[in-house]
Design a protein around this ligand. Structure first.
Ligand SMILES: Cc1cc2nc3c(=O)[nH]c(=O)nc-3n(C[C@H](O)[C@H](O)[C@H](O)COP(=O)(O)O)c2cc1C
Length: 393
């Protein structure tokens, strides 16, 4: 497929599959276990029908939304993704630059191979920082301090890794710690020389946000330290409460599916949550975010800002999420595939353009001029009730 002729995230993913060594494509695309949660994320979105409404003046329709006191160009942002530069050196930076230019949030992962300071200089006030609180409170405190100094005002604490997800594709490819690439993986890299050369001659990837701890530890001990720090094992709500007290700006808790956990997040004073099953990468039998979202909205009312991720692939999915109770969404894999398929210079802007244009198109079909007009009335068949009652928003 020529790169000028991609119009959807599906086409971009198909092109990325050709461009990347199999192990890297699998690392990004793969999920936990049988990948039932990954499939469920898509299936549940596709089951939601949105009811159009005709002859409403949408000539001034726009995609802008306000979240955490800040106006953004569209109701979506880039989800935090560790090791994004495996796709191509410079991926974190290119995505951050496009997010800034097009005014959407860029969430930098604790596990990124680019430092908070480097990305803050690029994304500026469009940067959110994702924290794995981890077992070592001093390390978490130092990451928060660095984020604060870099001007971050939205901190996203991820809590859905009590144990690492079991991802069979990575195990087969030998893409796990310690790294033991299979022969097939080595041969496959040889078949993708452009990727191989960039990996060989580009900058060495390292855990850029853990430099402080590195000096005192051996290589393996450092890797073990980092992997403990990326886990939420041993954390409890008291710990999250201490993070709440220490962080002076907006706090978002990422990785919630259970309405009771959403209520707890609200109780400890979080400003928002990310309703997420980690893109199906953790618990294979987890429900999809989109199916639990209405129950979470019901449990929290308007007191929490609800951000949804996992399986969002189109403007329709963004509208489905907002109509089902979300204020905002994040996407993960599509951004990495855009870089793989279209390159650093074109990929990030192209994917943002595609998603924003699709979302606006859907919004207008639904008879809305502003994203905040989306609501349960747009969900079919749920809107039958209000139609019968003669509601005419
Ligand atoms: C390659 C990859 C790395 C990820 N790394 C992180 C991470 O470091 N921190 C985190 O909170 N979530 C991480 N996630 C999960 C994403 O933030 C997000 O929840 C998920 O990708 C959303 O699903 P989607 O990819 O279907 O859009 C990662 C996801 C992928 C695909």
């Amino acid at each position: 497929m020529p790169t000028g002729r991609v119009f959807t995230t599906g086409q971009i993913a198909a092109l990325a599959r050709k461009r990347l060594p199999r192990a890297i494509f699998d690392f990004v695309e793969g999920g936990a276990g049988s990948e039932a949660a990954v499939a469920r994320n898509r299936a549940r979105f596709e089951q939601i029908a949105l009811m159009p409404q005709a002859l409403r003046d949408c000539s001034a329709a726009h995609s802008e939304v306000t979240i955490f006191g800040r106006r953004y160009a569209a109701p979506f942002g880039v989800a935090p993704m560790g090791f994004a530069d495996l796709v191509r050196p410079g991926t974190d930076r290119a995505l951050a630059a496009a997010a800034k230019a097009q005014n959407i949030p860029y969430v930098l992962s604790t596990a990124a191979t680019t430092s908070i300071e480097t990305i803050a200089a690029i994304a500026q006030d469009n940067l959110w920082f994702q924290l794995y609180p981890g077992s070592d409170e001093a390390t978490a405190a130092s990451l928060m301090e660095r984020a604060l100094k870099a001007g971050v005002t939205t901190l996203v604490a991820t809590i859905d890794i009590p144990v690492p997800g079991k991802r069979p594709r990575d195990l087969v490819n030998g893409l796990a710690i310690p790294l033991r690439p299979s022969l097939r993986t080595v041969l496959d890299v040889a078949m993708h020389p452009a990727w191989g050369l960039r990996a060989l001659f580009g900058e060495r990837l390292g855990m850029a946000n853990f430099v402080e701890n590195k000096g005192s530890l051996s290589g393996l001990a450092h890797a073990e330290f980092v992997s403990r720090q990326l886990s939420s094992a041993g954390l409890d709500w008291k710990r999250l409460e201490r993070i709440r007290q220490a962080w002076p700006h907006h706090l978002v808790i990422k990785g919630i599916l259970n309405p009771q956990d959403a209520v707890m997040a609200e109780r400890i004073g979080a400003d928002g949550i990310v309703v997420s099953n980690h893109g199906g990468r953790q618990l294979d039998s987890a429900p999809s975010s989109i199916e639990v979202l209405p129950a979470i909205r019901e449990a929290c009312g308007d007191r929490l800002t609800l951000i949804l991720d996992s399986g969002v692939r189109s403007g329709d999915d963004i509208a489905r999420s907002l109509a089902s109770g979300a204020d905002f969404v994040l996407l993960g894999r599509p951004f990495l595939f855009a870089v793989a398929a279209l390159g650093l210079a074109r990929g990030p802007d192209a994917i943002i353009d595609i998603l924003r244009a699709e979302f606006l198109n859907t919004l207008i079909h639904l008879g809305c001029a502003d994203p905040t007009e989306l609501g349960r009335d747009h969900l079919w068949p749920e809107n039958q009730i209000s139609l019968r009652q003669g509601s005419n928003r």
